[in-house]
Write a protein that binds this ligand. Structure first.
Ligand code: ATP
Ligand code: MG
Length: 389
């Protein structure tokens, strides 16, 4: 039988959090491979082991697992009994039909009572390989490495470690609500929170009835893509055009953007309460646009009591775009659209508004009614990955 051996960064874990982390990782590995021929998934010392129902699916399963947060690396592995004979026999099976000029053996013992030390294992298996294959040892730069892991009741042998994304398993940190716009930044912000163990719900404000549905379609596509990393997502769509219109009619033009943002934050806080989300997440980065100065971020933040997380705050556009490309959201984000933020935007937005000025501008608005109306108009959509599951 073929196995997939999954490693996580154990050292980074506080002892008390470890069972929570590992159980969640196992749960997420199950969900990530729900539509693939994977049998039992077991927790071993410091590792997780997946049984593959069908060896030919190893590539497909690996591609899924390498995207699961919390995974440090994974390997297609072969099991062996705990004797030198059995290890040699398995090594021969693993190496047959491989051609390699140079190699090394890297043994590790999670089970320290095994009679041979790691070094003795390296030497014993190394000698065996030299006898059976036309090759030589190169410790520094080998063409092939035979990894051996000794566990309490079994051993595993493998040749390759595929790196995972690291981070924490989605779900261990709780739920957050990400404000998602269809731009480049907010999908990256959501991704980074998922990688820290958050289950992310999404909230999008759209320009209906004044703008077409293109942005909504983009946001759906982005959420579908990001759902690969957390298996289920909820997207909430809130029409914002009429709210913006009221702001335009009643408040001074330079404050419009900040007033929109404060209203968005309040509506988001309300919806977060309904969903059990413990924080809001935005794609803001310091100084990128007028609304993202320290002064204006302070003004936006003052509208709500909920924690507002801005994982991109210290990143520049180049770095954010590079990560968006890696995740795969960049190509969707750069499609032309009509974001509601482009609706009724003043020529000269205030870059350093004070709370006093904003407070005065808000006196002209019925904030509670606007928030209540928006919450009532919210529509929810669910998204799952794999789609069949
Ligand atoms: P992005 O690329 O994420 O749109 P941006 O650099 O264009 O960011 P802004 O348009 O000022 O910046 O938006 C700042 C943040 O406010 C966004 O990252 C997002 O979190 C939130 N936001 C903006 N517009 C919307 C919207 N229509 N719906 C939900 N959230 C939004
Ligand atoms: Mg934007």
């Amino acid at each position: 039988m073929t196995f997939l051996l999954v490693h996580y960064h154990e050292i980074a874990l506080k002892a008390r959090n470890r069972p929570l982390f590992v159980n969640r990782l196992v749960h997420n590995l199950k969900r990530a491979t729900a539509d693939l021929p994977v049998g039992r998934i077991r927790k071993l010392t410091g590792r997780v082991l997946l049984e593959l129902g069908d060896e030919r699916s190893a590539g497909l399963v690996t591609d899924r697992i390498r995207q699961v947060f919390g995974v440090a690396n994974c390997s297609v592995a072969h099991r062996s009994a705990l004797s030198l004979d059995a290890l040699q026999e398995t090594a021969e099976r693993v190496l047959t039909r491989r051609s390699f000029q140079t190699f090394r053996v890297t043994a590790r013992r999670a089970y320290k009572a095994f009679p041979l030390t790691s070094q003795q294992l390296n030497e014993a298996l190394g000698t065996f390989v030299l006898r059976r294959f036309p090759t030589r040892v190169d410790l520094k730069n080998p063409e092939l490495t035979l990894f051996i892991e000794i566990l309490p009741t079994e051993a595993f042998l493998y040749l390759e470690k595929v790196p995972g994304p690291g981070g924490l398993p989605v779900g261990v940190a709780g739920r957050v609500l990400a404000l998602i716009s269809g731009g480049i930044d907010s999908p990256v912000a959501a991704y980074r929170m998922m990688r820290r163990g958050c289950l992310v719900s999404f909230l999008h404000f759209h320009g209906a009835p004044f703008l077409d549905r293109r942005t909504q379609e983009k946001v759906r596509e982005i959420v579908r893509l990001l759902t690969r990393f957390q298996y289920t997502s909820r997207l909430t769509l809130v029409p914002f055009g009429e709210v913006q219109q009221e702001v335009v009619v009643n408040a001074p033009a330079p404050y419009r953007v900040l007033l929109y943002r404060r209203l968005m934050a309040r509506i988001a806080e309300h919806l977060a309460g309904l969903e059990g989300a413990k924080a809001l997440v935005t794609g803001e980065s310091l100084g990128q646009v007028a609304s993202q100065t320290l002064e204006n971020l302070t003004v936006i933040e003052e509208a709500v009591r909920l924690l507002v997380l801005r994982p991109l705050i210290g990143m520049d556009k180049e770095e954010i775009s590079a990560q968006a490309r890696e995740i795969g959201t960049y190509e969707i984000s750069i499609q032309p659209d009509q974001d509601c933020c482009t609706l009724f935007v003043p020529r000269h937005p205030a870059t350093r508004a004070t709370l006093e000025e904003i407070g005065r501008a808000e006196l002209t608005l019925d904030i509670d009614r606007l928030v209540k109306m928006s919450v009532e108009r919210a529509e929810h959509e669910e998204c799952a990955f794999p789609e069949a599951s």
